[in-house]
Ligand binder design. Sequence first.
Ligand SMILES: [Zn+2]
Length: 68
Amino acid sequence: MHLNYGKPKRTMAPEPLVTPPMTDPEPVPHCDVCGALAEQQSSARRAHDMSRVSDLNIEIRRHPHEGR
Ligand SMILES: [Zn+2]
């Protein structure tokens, strides 16, 4: 019988820059989504919810943008 060695890892994330996780990413200036995420992040930071802050860091960093 064929053994299943688990699901292949998805390595689709295009991350050209390796940014240290401690650094806040720059939200893209004219992007509503990034702006909203950055706002949520600052309120999370005010609430000292650091796990949410770093979640939002990841979301901001991963938000795709067309063109540059
Ligand atoms: Zn964005």
